[in-house]
Design a protein around this ligand. Sequence first.
Ligand SMILES: N[C@@H](CCC(=O)N[C@@H](CS)C(=O)NCC(=O)O)C(=O)O
Length: 201
Amino acid sequence: MKLLGTPTSPYTRKARLVLLEKNIPHTYIVDAPNESGSQVPRVNPLGRIPALLLDSETCVFDSSVIAEYVDTLNDTPILIPRNPGLERMRVKRWEALADGIMDSAVVVRMESVRPAEKQEAATLMTHNDAISRSLDFAARALGNRAWCEGNSITLADLALVSALIYLDLRQPERNWRGIHANLAHWFDNMQQRPAVRRTLE
Ligand SMILES: N[C@@H](CCC(=O)N[C@@H](CS)C(=O)NCC(=O)O)C(=O)O
């Protein structure tokens, strides 16, 4: 299978991490949908990355569907608890939280590259506040545990680390480490993982 994406896209990083952590053979192809010649609009009608092309030429999108599908391919490790119920909901909720941070950070990024006189202060504030609240929520929910949920790595950890790497890239001035020492400690451990390092190469 082939994963189309870009190194800066946080949703792509999440999908790559799922593939890498589970050791699923795949080819990662850098393909920016906004560049001419991109094959993304041909395979994903939404024109977005990540897009996972299965060998049968079936295209899987978006990143949550990719994560859900790829997680069914083996049990090593199980990243999304298999049984419906609270445990599974909590992992999916972490993913929603991380995706929401990414969504807001993308809006802030798009807004802040517009000419200064066209930038909407209210939009910037709404989304920056949502990010701050979500980081507070994440830090409280994590506490001093090693993993976001349960006793081993799950999609929750992969989604959150992808969101934080994106925040570091686009909002380096945001002092989340100073405010949330526990998140910073967890993040340092996550960054040691070979899969995470691969996505940062
Ligand atoms: N909810 C989607 C979001 C995907 C998305 O917005 N990707 C962005 C890149 S970060 C994109 O492809 N934008 C189109 C572009 O770059 O032209 C997912 O989780 O896959």
